[in-house]
Design a protein around this ligand. Structure first.
Ligand code: ASP
Length: 470
């Protein structure tokens, strides 16, 4: 092990010999003298070599030993943190020689098309803009974790191989090798497991959860995304909203985000529709926009049910009666609508105990107080036209748990990718995800999905239908 010094420490080590390791960000060759800017995770420093380093290519990885020297006053560069010094290189070792780069990484990258950026994502991520976003993402999640740990939350993982979770999207299926012809579903969210953790008595759960939904791709959306998922027992709607608001504010401020208002306005769904024409609205002024302000608001009092959109396959499947849920089938109706809900009456006027968090025109989170009494959850599925058997098959396990000591509970999921996007002032979710999928649904760098070998298909008892070419 070499005794490595980080570049950020070098200004305090004038007169000392140090070992630095990193990438060659740039090189200027003047024949006898070669200057390189060396970069590591902590910063950038100028290194000077006399009659050496001419062979080095940019972005190569080196380990070098050199003397930290103060720069003469007129050569001090105030633009970089190490601008008061430079390194006089005594020796170096080339750890990885870099060939010509397929994409440039010294710009913000937005001039490069998606395909090469994602094919060489490991290079793309080296650019300063993406380094900053990924580090901010990590800091933001850490701030949320710290805040929730301080409030008695338990972080618990839930399964990835599971059964359909009914979030209103199409499931991703995984064939079972041991049970031919049967399939697991990847979780659209941890919804049911987190509710069962309330039955299990944890009272306060959270998870940085991966969710997978087979939805039609949009330019900025892939099949997987990350949610901050949480659930609380014995809390009113107001208490859940207050706790979430405080957690979001703390984490936003921790990473330097600026809030429009210290307290998030609460808007009725119907008012949002009549005032803004949508339930996700932007409360920022032009000046707020220019200053990178985040304008959060809550939306409440949504209708529980809506008429099925016949073009939406998942809706048609869920809403057998012609009615389907607007947000979450596991939500409770408002207490004053319980009688109608149980009687399947006035369906269009039943309001759900759902709250959405919006920010700058986007939905950044949604949650609800849940139906924790079996008859309420059952009624939801009856209203959607499910038969006894279908209800038993779909949510029988939940109905059973709700007869075995499930406390009243509610929670939320916040879209972390979206929040980071807004905090970073970016316009695409892909800029906040290390290895996002391409717009055509192929994975970054590794170019999935790919065909399965015949032996793999045999093991899974699967046959692929011949593809009809159009
Ligand atoms: N499971 C919901 C979702 O993924 C969020 C929640 O109600 O907690 O949208």
């Amino acid at each position: 092990m070499t005794n490595r010094t980080l570049i950020s420490q070098t200004p305090t080590l004038v007169g000392q010999t140090v070992v630095l390791q990193g990438w060659i960000a740039s090189k200027r060759d003047h024949g006898k003298v070669t200057f390189i800017d060396l970069r590591d995770r902590s910063g950038l420093v100028q290194c000077v070599g006399f009659k050496m380093m001419g062979e080095l290519t940019t972005e190569s990885v080196v380990s070098l030993t050199g003397l930290v020297k103060a720069r003469p006053e007129k050569l001090v560069n105030l633009e970089i943190l190490t601008g008061s010094i430079e390194i006089e290189v005594q020796s170096y070792e080339l750890l990885n020689k870099t060939a010509e780069l397929p994409i440039s990484i010294d710009t913000d990258g937005k001039e490069i098309s998606e395909e090469p950026r994602l094919k060489y994502r490991y290079l793309d991520l080296r650019r300063a803009r993406l380094q900053k976003i990924m580090r901010m993402r990590s800091e933001f999640i850490r701030a949320i974790r710290d805040s929730l740990y301080g409030k008695d939350f338990v972080e618990i993982e839930t399964p990835m191989l599971t059964k359909s979770t009914k979030e209103g999207a199409r499931d991703f299926l995984v064939p079972s090798r041991f049970q031919p012809g049967k399939f697991y579903a990847l979780p659209q969210s941890p919804q049911q497991y987190k509710q069962l953790l309330m039955t299990a008595g944890f009272e306060r759960y959270f998870q940085v959860a991966r969710c997978i939904r087979d939805e039609d791709l949009r330019a900025d959306r892939g099949f997987e995304f990350t949610q901050l998922d949480l659930e609380i027992s014995f809390a009113s709607q107001q208490e859940v909203m207050d706790l979430v608001e405080e957690t979001v504010k703390t984490a936003v401020k921790k990473v330097g985000g600026k809030l429009k208002t210290e307290s998030f306005p609460v808007v009725n769904y119907q008012d949002a529709i009549s005032k803004y024409g949508a339930d996700r609205f932007d409360l920022r002024t032009e000046e707020d926009k220019a200053n990178g302000i985040l304008a959060f608001a809550w939306v409440v009092n949504f209708p529980f049910f809506k008429k099925v959109d016949k073009k939406d396959i998942a809706e048609v499947r869920d809403g057998k009666s012609g009615w389907t849920f607007t947000h979450n089938p596991f939500s409770a109706p408002l207490p004053e609508n319980e009688v109608d809900h149980l009687a399947h009456k006035n369906i269009e006027n039943i309001v759900t105990a759902q709250y959405d968090l919006v920010c700058n025109g986007y939905e950044v989170g949604g949650g609800s107080i849940r139906a924790h009494k079996p008859e309420l959850l059952k009624a939801t599925f009856e209203i959607m036209g499910y038969s006894e058997e279908q209800i038993e098959d779909g949510v029988g396990h939940m109905l059973k748990a709700f007869k075995l000591g499930t406390p009243p509970h509610g929670g939320i999921a916040l879209g972390l990718d979206r929040l980071i996007m807004l905090l970073a002032g970016e316009e695409s979710l892909k800029e906040t995800i290390a290895f996002p999928m391409t717009s055509s649904g192929r994975t970054a760098v590794m170019d999935g999905p790919s065909e399965a070998a015949k032996e793999q298909l045999d093991e899974l008892s699967l046959m692929v239908k011949p593809q009809v070419k159009e």
